[in-house]
Ligand binder design. Structure first.
Ligand code: SF4
Length: 76
């Protein structure tokens, strides 16, 4: 019997975050994940951001941002 080789998917890691133009400063990202996001006019990523430690929250806000401007840069 032939066995299929299964490619094991490696979980992607977050390497960076980009806030695209269009943020409406609703504050949702900073409220849910203040360790990563702060509002300075528009949302910005903190320099001290630890993506690995806050990965679940980052993915959550990227999903629920009302104008969908949070882009995750992930490992291949
Ligand atoms: S959730 Fe989206 S729209 Fe709201 S402050 Fe964050 S980036 Fe801006």
């Amino acid at each position: 019997m032939k066995q299929k080789k299964l490619m094991k998917a490696m979980p992607k890691k977050i390497k960076g975050i980009e806030i695209e133009p269009g943020c409406i400063s609703c504050g949702t990202c900073a409220a849910i994940c203040p360790e990563i996001f702060e509002i300075k006019g528009v949302s910005q990523v903190r320099e001290s951001a630890d993506f690995e430690k806050n990965e679940d929250e980052i993915r959550e806000v990227a999903e629920i941002c009302p104008v969908n401007v949070i882009r995750l840069i992930e490992s291949e």
